[in-house]
Design a protein around this ligand. Structure first.
Ligand SMILES: CC(C)(COP(=O)(O)OP(=O)(O)OC[C@H]1O[C@@H](n2cnc3c(N)ncnc32)[C@H](O)[C@@H]1OP(=O)(O)O)[C@@H](O)C(=O)NCCC(=O)NCCS
Length: 188
């Protein structure tokens, strides 16, 4: 199913068996938008180039070094994913959202490839992610970042109001020591 995303809230009604009206599951409608310079953002998982996503996360991100291709595939399968594509249709950016579509979402694995940075793609991606029609009911968004607070603040993220109420449970991958947590480059 493919529907252009025009930024407006929408609720698609489908015809189910025996002509009964059924509502599409949240996140199941593929959406896309065209940006300036021929870039496109799409939620179509079929278009994602997993090898590019894996290469960036496992080799060049500060949070996911060593993540396996299988793990990347599993995270994609179980998330609402956003791919950014250049005019030649190659993947140049990515973000994914883990969510119940009602109360909570965690934004993860946001990146734009090095040669496409500083031309507004990160901002357009964030605008598109936070404007996704199926994520408008949410009460909480969370994310972890080392240094991109300024980017996310443009889209409503703030330091937690009650940081003392937030807890986490961590299991570091086998190839990472506790020292990585101490230097703030631990994985997510
Ligand atoms: C962060 C990232 C996605 C930004 O993408 P981009 O396309 O270069 O960003 P844009 O051109 O849209 O501009 C980003 C804006 O956020 C601001 N910003 C704040 N912190 C930033 C940071 N750590 N990195 C990049 N931009 C940052 C920039 O100054 C800019 O604002 P401005 O236009 O008002 O000057 C990209 O630099 C990237 O992939 N970095 C490596 C991976 C990463 O750190 N991801 C975020 C993990 S939380």
């Amino acid at each position: 199913m493919l529907e252009p995303y025009d930024g407006k809230l929408s609720c698609t009604v489908l015809r189910g068996e025996r002509g009964r009206k059924t509502h599409a599951l949240p996140g199941s409608i593929e959406r896309r938008t065209s940006l300036n310079d021929g870039y496109t953002i799409s939620t179509d998982k079929e278009r994602l180039d997993v090898s590019v996503i894996h290469d960036f996360i496992s080799n060049r991100s500060y949070w996911g070094k060593g993540r396996t291709a299988e793990a990347v595939r599993k995270t994609i399968k179980n998330s609402l994913c956003f791919g950014v594509y250049a005019k030649d249709k190659s993947l140049v950016g990515f973000a994914r959202v883990v969510t119940d579509y009602t109360i909570f979402a965690h934004l993860m694995d946001v990146f734009v490839l090095e040669e496409h940075r500083n031309r507004g793609l990160g901002k357009r991606l964030m605008e598109y992610v936070t404007g996704h029609p199926d994520l408008q009911e949410l009460r909480f968004w969370r994310l972890d970042t080392n240094d991109a607070h300024g980017l996310y603040k443009k889209y409503g993220f703030r330091e937690p109001v009650f940081p003392e109420k937030i807890m986490e449970r961590r299991k570091e991958p086998a190839n990472q020591s506790v020292h990585r947590i101490a230097d703030k480059s631990g994985s997510r």
